[in-house]
Design a binder for this molecule. Structure first.
Ligand code: ADE
Ligand code: ZN
Length: 336
């Protein structure tokens, strides 16, 4: 296979950084608004898309929280998740670990049970019908206080076995990982793995705090770590994966354009980078578009692309037998 686009499209891969609410395409947003009689400020798909001009993370988050207001019933969460999983499977995503933001829904009066039942049903259907493996990661909204995160963790406990990890997302600046150290301690004591968004807009110290105070196994984004060689050395030494989201970084103006993205630099430094879509409906592409545009702008080699895919399986929170099966499929693809 000589065409890089074909190679990327067919390459087996895992996606480890996808907010399910960020996969809400404008078409589904309008359809669910009509179904649930939710008033939106947009009258058309074009109007929704035209609003997606962001200059920073907060600009995006304001629209993201508005968008998710159309999600009300268990079936809505099912429809959202199965649509993402079908698209992911079509892009040869063989394993997906999906973030969800329960507080974005419970704060609007939607029960935790409604959210998790719909998502869970979609994940199990995808495993059965699409042959994927999946996992759910509960994210705490860092612009809210730690008491709210604690209550959310309590609400999750009846569904403990449906959740592989907890994470931390939303407005990074001014909301350091230290704000959530108690709830993360409790989550770890309960057996959850932990991850956190860090160094997306915030400083390198937030990456360090995520490691030291939250015990994270992966850093979501992590771009700011490149500003401190000591921190890079630590991430390399401890093989801490970074779930990098190139199109997101471009669209939220973390980098001026794709040619300036540090993805290739990360690999050259020995960092365990992976490629992910973050909020694909808002940022103009799913995982393969992220691979493709990074490839085109940065001149990624085939070897680097394979390394990124291999990293995605190695960084996954699935059990070892499943991981080895995915890695073997990747090796077989590369050999062929
Ligand atoms: N929630 C959804 N997408 C996010 C991002 N890129 N950063 C922080 N929180 C988010
Ligand atoms: Zn994210």
């Amino acid at each position: 296979m000589t065409d890089p686009g074909q190679f990327i499209a067919r390459l087996p891969k895992a996606e480890l950084h996808i907010h399910i609410e960020g996969s809400l395409e404008p078409e589904m947003m309008l359809a669910l608004a009509a179904r649930n009689e939710v008033r939106l400020r947009y009258g058309s798909v074009e109007a929704v898309r035209a609003a997606y001009r962001f200059t920073n993370l907060q600009d995006f988050l304001d629209l993201y929280y508005q968008g998710m207001s159309v999600l009300r019933e268990e079936q809505d969460f099912y429809d959202l998740a199965i649509a993402y999983l079908r698209r992911a499977a079509a892009q040869n995503v063989r394993h997906a670990e999906i973030f969800f933001d329960p507080q974005g829904h419970t704060e609007r009066g939607i029960s935790f049970e409604t959210v998790i039942d719909g998502l869970w049903r979609a994940l199990k259907d995808a495993e059965r019908t699409l042959g994927m493996t999946t996992g759910l990661i509960l994210c705490f909204l860092r612009h809210l206080d730690e008491a709210s995160a604690e209550r959310t963790l309590d609400e999750a406990l009846p569904w403990r076995d449906r959740i592989i990890a907890v994470g931390l997302d939303s407005s990074e600046k001014g909301n350091p990982p230290s704000k959530f150290q108690h709830v993360f301690r409790r989550a770890r004591d309960l057996g959850f793995l932990t991850v956190a968004h860090a160094g997306e807009e915030g400083p390198p110290d937030y990456v360090r705090q995520a490691l030291d105070l939250l015990g994270v196994r992966r850093i979501d984004h992590g771009n700011a770590a490149l500003r401190e060689p000591d921190l890079v050395a630590r991430l390399v030494r401890d093989r801490i994966p970074l779930t990098v989201c190139p199109l997101s970084n471009v669209r939220l103006c973390g980098v001026p354009d794709m040619a300036a993205h540090p993805l290739r630099k990360m690999l050259q430094l020995g960092l365990m980078a992976t490629v992910n879509s973050d909020d694909p409906a808002y940022f103009g592409g799913y995982v393969n578009e992220n691979f493709q545009q990074a490839h085109d702008a940065l001149g990624l080699t085939r070897e680097e692309i394979v390394t990124l895919a291999r990293n995605s399986f190695q960084a996954a929170f699935c059990d070892d037998a499943v991981k080895q099966r995915h890695l073997a499929a990747l090796d077989a693809f590369v050999k062929a």
